[in-house]
Design a protein around this ligand. Structure first.
Ligand SMILES: Cc1cc2nc3c(=O)[nH]c(=O)nc-3n(C[C@H](O)[C@H](O)[C@H](O)COP(=O)(O)O)c2cc1C
Length: 374
């Protein structure tokens, strides 16, 4: 049998990955309420998944203002750095590699998520119509609530957020992460600035495509200066509709421009997520081919992959690594299961965000499942 590319080594920004299976960033909302720091359970969760070529740990708010969901651990306080240090140590002890995804939700938020009850912020005051975010009710239980109307950021505040990302990246480095991924996908802050329907600014961060990408590109450059460009990845979700986004009117130009700029910055990787799980699998996709032509560095593909689709995408040279999201929830040993074509366990939707150990750190490996059956 031909050796499979998915399980071949790959060199990424000085890291030697034993395979090209990436664990996609996934929020699991398990942080402590008081400190919003990752707990020892989170260290166990990621250590269980350390056989991934690379783990990209969940979207992590870079500041209190950046928060959009209850119980998401941040990376802006000492307690949070300590909590994440325990996570990276646990993963490294198991021989793994781990990046942290740095996140600002922009307008997708709620006043109750901040001690000062300040509203969400965005490129403009355009709010969401029906989107809801998890907040805590009076009894401290997570409930979904409509987003509060955002206010438009002043120009000096945009520049201050660049600084928040730099501080967060330094904190991540201090906590032992192998690198950071800037979250520019899924309708959050950088995606909102990219969007011509939401961004009606008249300062240097609005207007032409290059101005709408300026905020992201300034952030990537500043973070790369701070922690090293070989330790910075960027995630995008072209054509995505999550959080009430409308598809870009000129995706080839918009994302081609960004890919060329990121290529010049020489970062660790570009992570491309197709929310529709369609064009990312199509070797004829104009958008994918264009991104690959504009960006010469390592590319991660994500969205609806299984082992066959992943192998096909790598063989067709559509990308260099493949990220898996939901399958990692219930399959801590996903790499082995893919390698040996073993059955994949189904995830339990009810416990994804519920809190606690159930549905988080109690999914067995194949071996553990076999032993408990005896
Ligand atoms: C529970 C859950 C949480 C997620 N959290 C994040 C996140 O924090 N950041 C992000 O960029 N994407 C997030 N995603 C999207 C995943 O990274 C991934 O792109 C998506 O699940 C598609 O991959 P899949 O088809 O392999 O599951 C999340 C998805 C799930 C299911």
């Amino acid at each position: 049998m031909m050796s499979r590319k998915l399980f071949s080594r790959y060199s990424l920004g000085g890291l030697s990955l034993p395979n090209r299976v990436v664990m996609a960033p996934m929020n699991r909302n398990r942080a402590s309420d008081s400190q919003l720091a990752p707990s020892s359970m989170t260290a166990t969760y990621y250590a269980q998944r350390a056989s991934a070529g690379l783990i990209i740990a969940e979207g992590t708010p870079v500041s209190p203002q950046a928060r959009g969901c209850a119980r998401t651990p941040g990376i802006y306080s000492e307690d949070q750095i300590t909590g994440w240090t325990n996570v990276t140590r646990a993963v490294h002890r198991q021989g793994g590699r781990i990046y942290l995804q740095l996140w600002h939700v922009g307008r997708v938020g709620h006043c109750s998520l901040r001690a000062d009850a300040s509203p969400p912020v965005g490129p403009s005051a355009h709010g969401l119509q029906s989107d809801r975010v998890p907040v805590l009710d009076g009894a401290g239980e997570p409930v979904l609530s409509a987003c509060d109307p955002p206010r438009a950021l002043r120009t000096d505040e945009v520049k201050a957020i660049v600084g928040d990302f730099v501080t967060a990246a330094r904190n991540a480095q201090a906590a032992g992460f192998d690198g950071v991924e800037i979250h520019a996908a899924n309708g959050y802050l950088f995606d909102q600035f990219r969007c011509p329907y939401l961004n009606d600014r008249v300062d240097e961060y609005g207007g032409a495509t290059r101005k709408r990408w300026r905020f992201l590109l300034e952030t990537v450059a500043a973070v790369a200066d701070a922690v090293g460009r070989e330790r910075v990845g960027v995630r995008i979700s072209p054509l995505g509709a999550a959080h009430e986004m409308r598809p870009d009117p000129a995706p080839l130009f918009t994302y081609g421009y960004l890919a060329c700029q990121l290529d010049q910055l020489g970062i660790a990787y570009l992570h491309v997520y197709d929310q529709s799980a369609s064009w990312i699998h199509d070797p004829q996709s104009d958008l994918l081919q264009h991104l690959r032509a504009c960006y010469s560095g390592p590319m991660i593909l994500c969205g609806g992959f299984d082992d066959e689709r992943a192998e096909a995408a790598l063989r067709a040279d559509l990308g260099d690594m493949v990220a898996f999201g939901k399958h990692f929830i219930a399959n801590p040993d996903l790499v082995d299961r893919l390698r040996f074509a073993a059955p994949l366990a189904p995830w339990d939707s009810a416990t994804i965000y519920k809190g606690g150990a159930k549905g988080y750190i109690d999914y067995p490996t194949l071996q553990e499942a076999a032993l408990s059956e005896r």
